[in-house]
Design a protein around this ligand. Structure first.
Ligand code: OFO
Length: 172
């Protein structure tokens, strides 16, 4: 069983993970609109990962005998001014998500629920990876000034990113 407080906090986080999916789809659509297929693919794959994060938590709440309540999603930002600015905003968003996972973990510790603590460790580690990947991408973008041949080279590199459900589950 989950305490009411933990169930509410997990439901909030499920909403944030689905919002992340929505936000990254909006970023993917922006990149499609400026013909940067690799960046569009990168954020499309990221959106699929976020869906996985949300569903992993959705299923966990049920496994714990809890109740999932889905809430409305805010409208994501659809217009972006630059490639580098968009990546920076995604990094900012991941920092916010890291903070919210940390707060959720604080609640699990306070409620002394070891199964939730153990479950959330996966998200804590995942956030390290999420922030590191985007930090490196921002650094690369700064090296090339966010434009020209460098931009097209990175765009081509990002085309190869794929969502691998089996690998995600294996890491689960
Ligand atoms: Fe779910 O990690 Fe990004 O938001």
């Amino acid at each position: 069983m989950l305490t009411q407080k933990l169930q509410d906090a997990l439901n909030e986080q499920i909403n944030r993970e689905f919002f992340s999916e929505y936000l990254y789809l909006a970023m993917s659509a922006y990149f499609e609109s400026v013909e940067l297929e690799g960046f569009a693919n990168y954020f499309n794959v990221q959106a699929q990962e976020e869906h996985f994060h949300a569903m992993k938590m959705f299923n966990f709440v049920h496994d714990k005998g809890g109740r999932v309540y889905l809430k409305a999603l805010p409208e994501p930002k659809n217009e972006y001014q630059s490639v580098i600015g968009t990546i920076e905003e995604s990094l900012e968003h991941e920092r916010f998500i890291t903070e919210s996972i940390n707060k959720l973990m604080d609640i699990a510790i306070k409620e002394n629920d070891h199964s939730v603590i153990s479950f959330l460790k996966w998200y804590v580690d995942e956030q390290v990876e999420e922030e590191a990947t985007l930090t490196k991408l921002v650094a690369k973008m700064k090296m090339i000034n966010g434009e020209g041949l460098g931009l097209l080279t990175i765009d081509t590199e990002l085309l190869s990113r794929k969502f691998d459900l089996a690998a995600e589950k294996a890491g689960a």
